[in-house]
Write a protein that binds this ligand. Structure first.
Ligand SMILES: Cc1cc2nc3c(=O)[nH]c(=O)nc-3n(C[C@H](O)[C@H](O)[C@H](O)COP(=O)(O)OP(=O)(O)OC[C@H]3O[C@@H](n4cnc5c(N)ncnc54)[C@H](O)[C@@H]3O)c2cc1C
Length: 420
C-alpha cells in the first residue's frame, strides 16, 4: 500500500503532524526494523503492525525460527511443564502484517540507517528497535567460556541448554552434588536462579533424595531471599547450601573438563554444574555502539529511545533504563511504550505518558507460588519504581496456590500478547 493523502487522513494524521514527521514523504511507508523476536521485539512488532494499521513497514529479524521462553523454563526443569509448551513460532506475527526474516543481524550502520544480515541482505530503516536480550561477559567466572557451556550449561538462554541442564541433573549419581554459580548484578530475571534451585531441589527430592545442592553466590543478598529461604527450609530441609561472598561464593573457579569447582582455594568434586555468568547487552547492541562502558544500552525513560541515537530504540534486557528488572514482563511493557512513541513520530498519532509494570512469579514447590512486582514511571533520570508489592513469609497454602495459578494465567496471556 502506498502512503496517500487518504491513508494518512484515515490514520488520523493532521497537517501539523505531517510537518513534524517529514520522513513519511517521498517513500512508500516508514520502515521499522526490529532485531530480536523475543519478549520485547515480538511485542513491538505486533503492536506496530496492529496499531499502525498498514501504514508502517515492519520487519522482524530473528536468528531462530522458534522462540523458547526462559520464563517458565525453570518449571520445565522441575517437571511441571513440557518443553514444547515453552516454544512459540512466528506465523501469527507474520499473519499480522510483519515481514519476519529468520537470520542473524551482523551489522548496523547508524549513519546510513541500515542493518546487514548474515545471509547477505541489507535492510534500510527509519527507526531501528534492538531487543537482542543478553550476552555473557568474558572471564566473569574463571575457567568458564561459552564453549564450556556444553559441560557446564548456563541455560540462561532457553532451548537446548535448558534440556542439557535437566538431563545432567537427572543423570546425577545417588547422593551426588549439584552446584550453581550464581551471577553478579545486574542480570536477567533477578529471582530466576533461586526459582531454578527450588525446581532442581523438587526434581532431586523425588528421584535422588540424598543429593545435595550448593549455590555459590557473589551477591550478599538476592531477590525474594526471605521467601526462598523459608520455602527451602520447609520443602527441602538440609538439601540446599547457599554460600555467599563472605564464605567464598564470590571467588569461584570452575574446571569443566574434570567437573570440579575451586571455592576459595579448595577443590570440590561435583556431579553437575550450572554456571550463570555475568551479563551484558546482546552482541548486536554492542556492534551498533549504543552501549556504555558497563555493557548496557542507556535509554530515555519516557520512551525507550537510545541516548546515543534518536532513530534507535532499545528494549528489554539490553537496556539500561533504571529500576525495572530484566524480565519478559518488563520487556513487553517497554515494547508497547516504544511502539506508541514510534507511531507518534512517524504517523503523528497521539502519544500518552509512559507507564510501565512488572510482576515476577516464582514456584518454590507444588502449588507454592510467590511473587514480587511494581509499577513504574519515567523521571528525568530513569524509569523509577512508584509502587511495589511482594508475597509475605508465612502465607497460607490457599494464597500460595492462588499465586501459582495466577502465574499460569499470566504465561498464557503474555505469550499470546507477544506471539499472537
Ligand atoms: C531461568 C529464567 C527464568 C525467567 N523467568 C521469567 C519470568 O518468570 N517472568 C519474566 O517476566 N521474565 C523471566 N525471565 C527473563 C526473560 O526471559 C527476559 O527478561 C526476556 O526474555 C527479555 O526479553 P528481550 O526481548 O530483552 O530478550 P529475549 O527474550 O532474550 O529475546 C532476544 C531475541 O533476540 C534474538 N537475537 C539476538 N541477537 C540477534 C541478532 N543479532 N540477530 C537476530 N536475532 C537476534 C535472540 O535469538 C532472541 O530470540 C527469565 C529468564 C530466565 C533465564
Amino acid at each position: 500500500m502506498k502512503l496517500t493523502r487518504r491513508t494518512l487522513i484515515g490514520s488520523g494524521l493532521t497537517a501539523a503532524a505531517l510537518l513534524a514527521a517529514p520522513s513519511v514523504f517521498g517513500q512508500a511507508k516508514p520502515k521499522i526494523v526490529i532485531i530480536g523476536g523475543g519478549a520485547g521485539g515480538a511485542t513491538a512488532a505486533r503492536y506496530l503492525a496492529k496499531d499502525g494499521a498498514g501504514a508502517l513497514d515492519v520487519t522482524l529479524v530473528e536468528a531462530n525460527p522458534v522462540y523458547t521462553t526462559c520464563f517458565f523454563s525453570n518449571l520445565y526443569l522441575g517437571g511441571f511443564r513440557e518443553f514444547e509448551s515453552l516454544q512459540h513460532g512466528y506465523d501469527k506475527i507474520a499473519a499480522g502484517g510483519v515481514t519476519v526474516i529468520n537470520d542473524l543481524a551482523t551489522g548496523v550502520d547508524r549513519n546510513a540507517r541500515t542493518v546487514t544480515l548474515a545471509g547477505g541482505q541489507t535492510l534500510a530503516y527509519d527507526r531501528l528497535i534492538l531487543s537482542p536480550g543478553i550476552d555473557f561477559k568474558d572471564g566473569s567466572v574463571p575457567g568458564w567460556s561459552v564453549e564450556a557451556a556444553e559441560k557446564m550449561p548456563h541455560a540462561y538462554k532457553a532451548g537446548p541448554q535448558t534440556q542439557l541442564l535437566k538431563s545432567m541433573v537427572e543423570a546425577m549419581p545417588a547422593g551426588g552434588v549439584f552446584a550453581m554459580i550464581a551471577p553478579p548484578n545486574p542480570y536477567r530475571c533477578p529471582p530466576g536462579p533461586y526459582e531454578r534451585i527450588s525446581m532442581i531441589a523438587h526434581l532431586l527430592k523425588q528421584k535422588n533424595p540424598t543429593a545435595k545442592i550448593m549455590v555459590l553466590d557473589p551477591k550478599d543478598k538476592y531477590s525474594k531471599q526471605a521467601l526462598f529461604e523459608e520455602g527451602w527450609a520447609k520443602h527441602y530441609d538440609g538439601m540446599i547450601d547457599w554460600i555467599g561472598p563472605d564464605f567464598g561464593g564470590g571467588a569461584v573457579e570452575v574446571r569443566p573438563d574434570s567437573m570440579e569447582i575451586v571455592v576459595d582455594g579448595t577443590v570440590e568434586k561435583i556431579d553437575a554444574c550450572n554456571v550463570i555468568p555475568g551479563q551484558i547487552a546482546g552482541k548486536i547492541a554492542q556492534i551498533a555502539a549504543v552501549t556504555d562502558d558497563k555493557g548496557w544500552a542507556p535509554v530515555h525513560p519516557e520512551n525507550m529511545k537510545s541516548k546515543m541515537d534518536d532513530n534507535v530504540y532499545v528494549l528489554g534486557d539490553s537496556s539500561a533504563q533504571g529500576d525495572m528488572p530484566k524480565s519478559g514482563f518488563s520487556a513487553n511493557s517497554q515494547a508497547k511504550v516504544a511502539a506508541m512513541s514510534i507511531r507518534g513520530e512517524l504517523l503523528g498519532s497521539k502519544v500518552f505518558p509512559a507507564k510501565y509494570s512488572n510482576t515476577c512469579w516464582s514456584l518454590i514447590a507444588p502449588d507454592d507460588g510467590v511473587k514480587v512486582g511494581a509499577s513504574y514511571q519515567p523521571t528525568p533520570e530513569k524509569i523509577a519504581s512508584v509502587e511495589s508489592f511482594i508475597s509475605q513469609t508465612g502465607e497460607d497454602a490457599a494464597l500460595r496456590k492462588a499465586t501459582y495459578e495466577e502465574s499460569l494465567g499470566w504465561y498464557e496471556g503474555i505469550t499470546t500478547d507477544m506471539f499472537g
